[in-house]
Design a protein around this ligand. Structure first.
Ligand code: AMP
Ligand code: MG
Length: 264
């Protein structure tokens, strides 16, 4: 059976293969991705001209699952002026003095832009739950709070696409080893990565709950097999391109009667 990418019902991550290729070859996928990325660039120019729509791309995944790489790949042909990337780290003391969605709403992209959330409000039901940073009474109600928040975004003109970059524990080990060995990657390594890795199964359970409880039609999760970067980039580009096509973007009408002007 072909494994689902768009999550419409309860799944077990153990049943999904992180190195699935869907019958694609690297060469063909790369060529198709290139076309999709160019099209995304064209569509983004139109989105940029519009003032009532925006796209939010949420990227979640374990350390080294490729959130940064996916961001870089997606915007190869996009005008950076229309992109806003928000990186969610452990909350600052000011952020901790507010409700967990405060810092999220703050970085929602302006209309006409594409916003990327590198990690997101989902950390508040993932790392917070697994590492016991707050009790269940605090994190459990957040699934519904998140659903309401994303619904209000959808009603306000935002398309919300969510991608879980699903890597295997084995592939993560390879990537973390490379971070330890390659001086150009040392800066990416943190001891915390290994502490989180030790809780792998618990994180997968927490992700299963997220995919199960927070994937309504207007803000779907996609489980992206992420062991192969070219599969990851292809699937994300395809979904982002479709979402932009679905917006049926048109060039906005002139703000004034242009026939009265002549440039000499
Ligand atoms: P990185 O993505 O490698 O830059 O690491 C960011 C770190 O911040 C990760 O370990 C996240 O789990 C952590 N983080 C992000 N959001 C939260 C949060 N709301 N509470 C606690 N830790 C968080
Ligand atoms: Mg990191």
């Amino acid at each position: 059976m072909r494994q689902p990418v768009e999550i419409k019902s309860k799944i077990r991550l153990k049943d999904l293969d992180p190195s699935e290729t869907f019958g694609l070859t690297k060469e063909k996928a790369r060529a198709a991705t290139h076309k999709l990325l160019k099209r995304i660039g064209e569509l983004q120019s139109k989105l940029y001209a519009n003032t009532d729509r925006a796209l939010i791309v949420v990227l979640q995944g374990m350390d080294a699952s490729g959130k940064d790489g996916a961001t870089r790949a997606l915007f190869e042909f996009v005008n950076p002026a229309g992109v806003e990337v928000a990186n969610f780290k452990a909350p600052s003391s000011e952020e901790r003095e507010h409700d967990f969605l405060w810092r999220v709403h703050h970085v929602v992209p302006r209309y006409g832009h594409i916003g990327v959330f590198n990690r997101s409000h989902y950390e508040d039901v993932l790392v917070v739950r697994v590492m016991k940073l707050a009790p269940k009474e605090i994190w459990a109600p957040r699934f519904e709070q998140i659903n309401r928040f994303e619904k209000s975004l959808a009603e306000s003109g935002y398309t919300v696409l969510k991608f879980f970059l699903h890597i295997s524990r084995k592939e993560q080990a390879e990537r973390l080893k490379a971070r330890l060995q390659d001086p150009a990657k040392h800066w990416k390594f943190e001891g915390a990565d290994l502490r989180m890795r030790a809780h792998w199964d618990h994180f997968m359970e927490a992700y299963e709950d997220v995919l199960d409880k927070c994937s309504p039609p207007h803000a779907r999760w996609h489980a992206i097999p992420a062991d192969k970067k070219w599969v990851r980039d292809h699937l994300i580009a395809r979904r982002v391109c479709e979402a932009l096509e679905d917006m049926k973007l048109a060039w906005p009408k002139a703000k004034e009667d242009l026939s009265k002007y002549k440039v000499r």
